[in-house]
Design a protein around this ligand. Structure first.
Ligand code: SF4
Ligand code: SF4
Length: 291
């Protein structure tokens, strides 16, 4: 049995968008090389069957994507990718022809959270055309995300949601009302291997804000870890600055890293429903999921 359900790997921390909800990063910006990616895959061998090519940054910006997919296929690891979808046309052939990819998540909520010159309908058309083609020609699961519902505390940019939902219904020939379906549940199967998920906006963990709560449960280090561009291992996909550095995959074994005192304290804390790290006490995502 593998240790983690998923391991996030940041293949770049550079993004072509600037979402107003994104914490951005002050870390050195760059792209992961094929050699470094291979080293990461070797180091995590046996620890997971699923990698997610996303922490910060837009994974489709990395020109080594095709090599990453080949290396993952050879290592028998399933690849999941989360993208803002704006570059989908540049990589669609590579994605559809790869046998390594299990799932692609496209964050449609990122569009409205930017002042950009991209045409809304062109963007949505490109994403939906890709989904149709991927569905016909591959076994890739595609999940569209609208994680921009308002909460009591957070107002999200979601004025375009109705247009997005209507366009999805039209382009994908959906024969039921998505708005009606959303009254029942937040995750909807649109077709075989195509999903649309709505969720509330959340605030990213931020060590500079006031404490939210120290009563926290999180799957960080239990089901998942993240590996930042420079090899820093963190407990989750939201530690955008590498605040909770547990070690470095390029000069340590993963076993040593996940058995460090800091990692064990975090794990044991969550078992007691307690956050021991200051960042985790200020994490809106954990709060969203701990209701
Ligand atoms: S698409 Fe993702 S990484 Fe890029 S700015 Fe938006 S939230 Fe940040
Ligand atoms: S509580 Fe938040 S910051 Fe802490 S490990 Fe979980 S997701 Fe990451």
């Amino acid at each position: 049995m593998t240790r983690f359900k998923k391991i996030y790997i940041e293949t770049t921390n550079i993004c072509n968008l600037s979402c107003n909800f994104c914490p951005k990063t002050n870390r050195k910006l760059g792209f992961m090389s094929t050699e470094s990616f291979k080293e990461v895959i070797n180091k995590i061998d046996g620890y997971t069957n699923h990698i997610y090519l996303h922490l910060m940054g837009e994974p489709f910006l990395n020109k080594n994507l095709e090599s990453f997919l080949k290396i993952s296929k050879e290592a028998n690891i399933n690849v999941n990718i989360t993208s803002n979808g704006t570059l989908i046309n540049k990589v669609k052939e590579v994605l559809i022809n790869s046998e390594a990819i299990r799932q692609i998540n496209i964050s449609l909520h990122s569009f409205e959270a930017n002042d950009n010159d991209i045409d809304f309908y062109e963007y949505l058309d490109n994403v939906l055309e890709f989904i149709k083609e991927a569905n016909e020609k591959s076994k890739i699961i595609c999940a569209l995300r609208l994680w921009n519902m308002d909460t009591e505390e957070l107002k999200a940019n979601n004025d375009l949601n109705l247009k997005i939902i209507k366009t999805i219904e039209d382009k994908l020939d959906i024969e039921f009302s998505l708005l009606e379906a959303f009254k029942e549940k937040r995750g909807i199967k649109l077709k075989e291997r195509i999903y649309l998920n709505m969720a509330e906006k959340f605030s990213w963990p931020d060590s500079s804000i006031s404490l939210i709560s120290d009563e926290v449960f999180c799957h960080g280090l239990r089901d998942q870890i993240g590996i930042l561009l420079d090899g820093t291992v963190v407990p989750c996909c939201l530690d955008s600055e590498g605040n909770i550095s547990l070690g470095n995959i390029f000069n340590q074994d993963l076993e040593e890293i996940i058995n460090s005192k800091r990692a064990k304290d975090i794990y044991d804390g969550f078992s007691r429903r307690r956050a021991v790290e200051e960042l985790c006490k200020r994490c809106g995502y954990a709060k969203r999921n701990f209701k």
